[in-house]
Write a protein that binds this ligand. Structure first.
Ligand code: HEM
Length: 403
């Protein structure tokens, strides 16, 4: 198959196994030969950095998913959940929830989290040292965000065990072509999660927390324009917060360690020059972006590249491709922990840009920093298992040796 044919025949909903292992050759082909690629009638995939960035900033778009999710989810808990969360809404719901959230995720709030994240990470590394066969995902990367978001919502420690499973089940239903079993698990997870949060809200009503640090109390008490969140809005946006911050951050840490070990000179450089940590985190976000795809609907006619896009079209933004576009990044397949500038789009851009990006950056800085200091000889010790989904890019298992 020629590179042009690879680009023109690409189908996201039936992505080949080779694409799941390594999407970057396909993305390069798409950028070169078919950068505004028709996926189906009325549906396009954008792969160039300039087109993805322009669309994020374009006011003629909507994030409202009701039309797309109605046939996919039917009248179901998954439909109610996803269409009530801020990320899949436009103003006014989006604006109200975002304002309430942002106040609890500002720089002061992040600074207050730092000591807790350090203690959490150190505790996980202590525990890993005692394990015969530590797994960097299961025993480290997946445990950090669930506790950080658990702290943000002040979920009692003893009740946190099911959170990760619910989050995985709900997000898996967002894959381009989820099977019936995936949908059933997703719906059950929303139902269980809502019941769990109703109890938590009830307790918090009786014993409110500090709205400066406790996001749940903030969302319960907060008013924007004299209006509070309804109960479904409150519950579904709490679920979304946990989901948004969980797998993405796990994958940033897992993908980052895997990438650094694969280009060992970069691992060694970061160990020797810890002052590069801030640029390294941005580079790891770029290099293997945890969230690979975002979506928008055009609300007016527009032209992207040389394609006329009618109103009401489905547009898929390929973040992973934009972040490997050689028009913007010199030698994009080379990991460079000192890369600067680094205009990656791993957190999106514009009105819906990731509200938790600084929480994720804090978790990653602490995780990589403590890992490098404590185990500079860390290495893979077994065969990594890739997560075979395409919206989220990450590892299910990364067996490691510590010394
Ligand atoms: C490496 C980790 C993360 C990545 C790669 C990531 C990526 C993203 C992206 C690309 C979006 C934009 C979605 C869109 O435009 O449609 C987004 C939105 C969002 N993220 Fe993150 N995220 C991460 C971590 C977090 C964390 C830790 C939190 C919470 C503490 C969080 C909360 C949110 C929220 C609330 C939104 C919706 C914002 C809105 O619609 O206005 N994220 N994230």
């Amino acid at each position: 198959m020629t590179t042009r044919e690879l680009a023109q025949g690409f189908r996201l909903a039936a992505a080949p196994e080779a694409f799941i292992d390594d999407p970057y050759p396909t993305y390069a082909a798409l950028r070169a030969f078919d950068p505004v690629h028709a996926l189906a009638p009325g549906s396009w995939l954008l792969t160039r950095h300039k087109d993805v960035l322009a669309l994020y900033r374009d006011g003629r778009t909507s994030s409202d998913k009701r039309r797309e999710f109605a046939p996919k989810f039917g009248a179901s808990p998954l439909f109610e959940h996803h269409t009530t969360s801020l990320v899949f809404n436009d103003a006014p719901l989006h604006t109200r929830v975002r304002r309430l959230l942002m106040g609890a995720l500002d720089q002061h709030a992040i600074a207050r989290m730092q000591a807790g994240v350090e203690a959490l990470v150190d505790g996980l590394l202590d525990r890993m040292e005692d394990l015969a066969a530590p797994d960097l995902i299961e025993d480290f990367a997946a445990r950090i965000p669930v506790d950080v978001i658990g702290n943000l919502l002040d979920v009692p420690h003893a009740d946190r065990a099911p959170l990760r499973g619910w989050s995985l089940a709900i997000l898996s239903a967002l894959e381009p072509a989820p099977g019936a079993d995936v949908l059933a698990r997703g719906n059950q997870a929303v139902t269980d999660f809502v019941a769990f949060l109703k109890d938590l809200v009830e307790v918090r009503r009786r014993h409110p927390g500090d709205p400066r640090t406790d996001v749940l109390t903030r969302l319960m008490q907060g008013e924007v324009g004299g209006e509070r969140l309804s109960e479904p809005e409150l519950l579904h946006n709490c679920i979304f917060l946990l989901n948004a911050g969980h797998e993405t951050t796990t994958n940033l840490i897992g993908n980052g360690v895997h990438a650094l070990l694969g280009q060992r000179a970069q691992w060694d450089r970061l160990a020797a020059e810890p002052e590069l940590m801030a640029t390294a985190v941005e580079e790891l976000l770029r290099f293997e972006s945890p969230l690979q795809l975002n979506n928008r609907i055009s609300t007016e006619a527009m032209r992207i590249g040389d394609v006329d896009i009618p109103p009401g079209s489905f547009l898929t933004l390929a973040i992973g491709s934009a972040n490997h576009d050689p028009e913007v990044f010199h030698e994009p397949q080379q990991l460079d922990v000192a890369r600067k500038p680094n205009h990656h789009l791993a957190f999106g851009q514009g009105m819906h840009a990731c509200a938790g990006m600084n929480v994720a950056r804090l978790e990653a800085r602490v995780a990589f920093g403590r890992l490098l200091t404590r185990f500079p000889d860390l290495h893979l010790d077994g065969t990594p298992q890739r997560d075979r989904r395409i919206r989220f890019r990450g590892w299910r298992s990364l067996p490691v040796g510590l010394r």
